[in-house]
Design a protein around this ligand. Structure first.
Ligand code: HEM
Length: 449
């Protein structure tokens, strides 16, 4: 059976993608037109098969290979082999190690207080702004996420966080600029990015050198875990770079899109605020243990990442022939994961464009196929930072929404574009005002029910 899809184009499909406004929107259009399995020309990969049905996706969930050419743009950031496309036998132990640090409760608890402090500083700054002067959420919140993950990955004490953050921004702006062919006015930009990359790598080396053999004290120390596992210095430097890269834009936009949606749904925003007052009382920040009691906030975050998945797509390469609902997919095919189209598939999400956190009650979740909601990807190459990202996002939202009221800036239009993550083209501008708490008597003490 031939997989449906658009006619072959001489330009490799580029003009069709451009006409749709980017690959993220092109996917939505393709699946609307041709159904859940579509064959299309993917610029940079010849032909790909895109799958937007969560049940059919199960047949691909074990695949442990990404197509190399699609991720080649990350080659310059890695010295010991591009981590996105490591062969499975190298990737599996690396992933296990990363998960042992990133997914573990000890590491979340260990860094929680510092994360809360950084968020408080931002909330203080926003609370002090003249009334009516909007803030640009996306830039400020990705910067906050970068500071958090720098502290997490490098440890706070010996590193100059400001310089690390600025250097990373320099490297990223240069490399993403090349990927999206954004012209840079500064003739020295490439040279400066090289210098910044060298500084970042030297910083990681200093942290590695300070590590005493057997000196790792807990499971929150990423570099310590990599040293003790015998990873090479180059692979450790690469891992830190990729962690910073994977962690900060994604988490920053997840929080920005959530605040954007709450600004347009004041009823949901009120309900989040009431839950925060109930659980936190007068306390400005939650404790780690409070997060699991913020159930409505969690539903709102999930619904926001359904409507605006920070990473809107992924890809795999089949290593054997595959039967995909009657379609034969030969080994070596690029399988495209259109996370956004999966999240908007009307068969599993009635009125898919409507914001409704009620879709994420435990009962509703239990009724849907496992892969209907996949903001962190699928299978052995899915996001190792999912649990940490969730803690970060919940904490930031709890602090900001407990203290401030967000409203859309009048006249500002928010347009999602694909810039490595799902980014708002002209930013997300909102006005903020302090809000007063409304605390029921006896509520909001740590551990109170
Ligand atoms: C809301 C925040 C985040 C979202 C939505 C997100 C989403 C994703 C997605 C969609 C992928 C690709 C998965 C696939 O191909 O199936 C990915 C990969 C990855 N993410 Fe995240 N991510 C987030 C935060 C983080 C954080 C905080 C970290 C680290 C601290 C992290 C580390 C990684 C790494 C290392 C990979 C590469 C996975 C591999 O190749 O094994 N991410 N993420």
């Amino acid at each position: 059976m031939r997989i449906p899809g658009p006619e072959h184009q001489e330009d490799g499909g580029l003009s069709a993608v451009m006409a749709a406004g980017g690959l993220h929107r092109y996917q939505l259009r393709l699946h609307e037109t041709y159904g859940p399995v579509v064959r299309f020309q993917l610029p940079g990969a010849d032909t790909a098969v895109s799958v937007a049905d969560p049940v059919l996706l199960e047949a691909t969930a074990h695949i442990d290979k990404r197509p190399e050419e699609l991720f080649a743009f990350l080659d310059p950031l890695c010295e010991a082999g591009n981590l996105q496309v490591l062969p499975a036998d190298e990737h599996t132990p690396w992933r296990r190690l990363l998960l042992s640090v990133l997914a573990g409760r000890p590491s979340h608890e260990r860094h929680f207080a510092r994360f809360a402090e950084l968020t408080q500083e931002l909330a203080d700054r926003w609370a002090a702004r003249p009334e009516g002067e909007p803030v640009e959420l996306q830039t400020e919140l990705t910067a906050l996420s970068l500071r958090m993950i720098c502290g997490f990955a490098l440890g706070g004490a010996e590193t100059d966080t400001d310089r690390v953050v600025a250097s990373f921004e320099e490297v990223l702006t240069e490399h993403l600029g090349r990927l999206y062919q954004v012209p840079r006015d500064d003739p020295r930009s490439a040279e400066r990015a090289e210098e910044a990359l060298a500084y970042l790598r030297a910083t990681v080396d200093r942290v590695v050198a300070a590590h005493r053999p057997g000196g790792r004290t807990d499971r929150s120390d990423l570099i310590g875990a990599l040293v003790e596992a015998g990873e090479s210095p180059a692979r450790i430097r690469d891992t830190v770079m990729v962690t910073l890269l994977a962690a900060h834009h994604t988490t920053g936009v997840a929080v920005s899109w959530t605040l954007h949606l709450l600004g347009r749904h004041p009823g949901a925003a009120e309900r989040v605020a009431a839950e925060l007052d109930e659980v936190l009382g007068e306390r400005p920040t939650p404790d780690y243990a409070d997060l699991r009691r913020l159930t409505y906030l969690d539903m709102v975050l999930k619904e926001s990442m359904r409507l605006f998945p920070p990473g809107p797509y992924g890809a795999r390469e089949t290593t054997e022939d595959l039967d995909l609902g009657g379609y034969e997919i030969p080994a070596g095919t690029t399988v495209f994961y259109p996370f956004w189209a999966v999240h908007l598939n009307p068969e599993y999400w009635p009125e898919p464009e409507r914001f409704d956190p009620g879709r994420f009650t435990p009962e509703e979740e239990a009724m849907r196929p496992r892969l209907a909601y996949i903001p962190f990807g699928i299978g052995p190459r899915s996001c190792e930072g999912a649990a940490l990202a969730t803690v970060e996002a919940q904490l930031v939202l709890a602090v900001l929404l407990g203290r401030l009221r967000f409203r859309p800036a009048p006249g500002h239009e928010v347009t999602p574009v694909e810039r490595f993550v799902l980014w708002a083209r002209d930013g997300i501008r909102m006005t903020v005002r302090p809000r007063s708490r409304c605390v029921p008597p006896g509520r909001g003490k740590p551990g109170a029910v």
